[in-house]
Design a protein around this ligand. Sequence first.
Ligand SMILES: Cc1cc2nc3c(=O)[nH]c(=O)nc-3n(C[C@H](O)[C@H](O)[C@H](O)COP(=O)(O)O)c2cc1C
Length: 322
Amino acid sequence: MIKPFKIGDIEVKSPILLAPMAGVTDYSFRILCKELGAGVVYSEFVSAHGIIRENINTLDLIKFYDEERPIGVQIFGDYPEVMAKAAKYVVDNFQPDILDINYGCPVPKITKKGAGSAALKDLVLMKDITQAVVASVPEVPVTIKMRAGWDLQSIIVEKAGELLEKASVKAIALHPRTAKQTYKGNANWELIKLLKETVSIPVIGNGDITKPDDVFRMYEQTGCDAIMIGRAALGNPWFFKQANALLHGNTAPEPTIQERVELCKRHFDLLLESRGTRKGLYLMRKHFGWYIKSFPGAADFRVRLVEAESIDSAKSILDEII
Ligand SMILES: Cc1cc2nc3c(=O)[nH]c(=O)nc-3n(C[C@H](O)[C@H](O)[C@H](O)COP(=O)(O)O)c2cc1C
């Protein structure tokens, strides 16, 4: 059932990929997911305008290490020329394996400027941005991550699929909700199947995978080539190990509380090293909430961890759990 999967010329070892997630998929989290079996990891979405203005905070979001490869850097923006310039800047200065365009972000702050999922209601803009980006970085495969349409009355999976394939993108990841739905309702996997039937480039299914054996269901129902995992990986990088084990006919056990806390500590250390102590502690708070759950007393530990004012006190609370 599992076919070898390539994005352009890049051999991807596992078809289970880590989805781009703003505020989450930085180096510390990506490397853990990679070590546990994610086939490709992605940066969070990065503003094309910020890139071409060389905004330091924006450029920081793009940094990655060789051990994370293959890695995709995702950009978003409104104007084709700006997107093309930003893509070239990213490729020239950072050399990612994949350059991904975001046509999925439904947040009004982004869409009202014509970026993210706004392209779903303007296929001319989608075509212009995609063609401009592909032409600006011929040495790197350009991929797309998109939703299924602006609203339920305007599903554009087939039209977008055709135009994106014609524009020479090398894979499309589809989260089959509309922009208007945000996260309401269910991801409609039938639309992943429809995209797979429409294009001959690889299709990456995404949306509502919550447990490892869901990957089987998605493969079977849609025929997709790979699967991208978002929320199910939060506080749970083991997801990749478990899903890969299943795909190879094995099982990987649930992590023990001890393993969960040890990984959380490692994540914390990586975050502190890569983002500095103040920011690292601040950023780790949400991860504590995702790791420390589903065992007796977890809620109390979580509250104490989120309120911890120093790195030492957070670490001693984690030790207490073990
Ligand atoms: C916290 C968070 C941040 C996200 N940020 C991005 C982003 O930067 N770029 C993107 O394309 N999608 C982003 N997404 C959407 C996810 O990549 C994914 O498409 C969505 O969560 C559905 O997949 P899931 O059901 O596996 O979570 C984000 C989702 C979450 C939960």
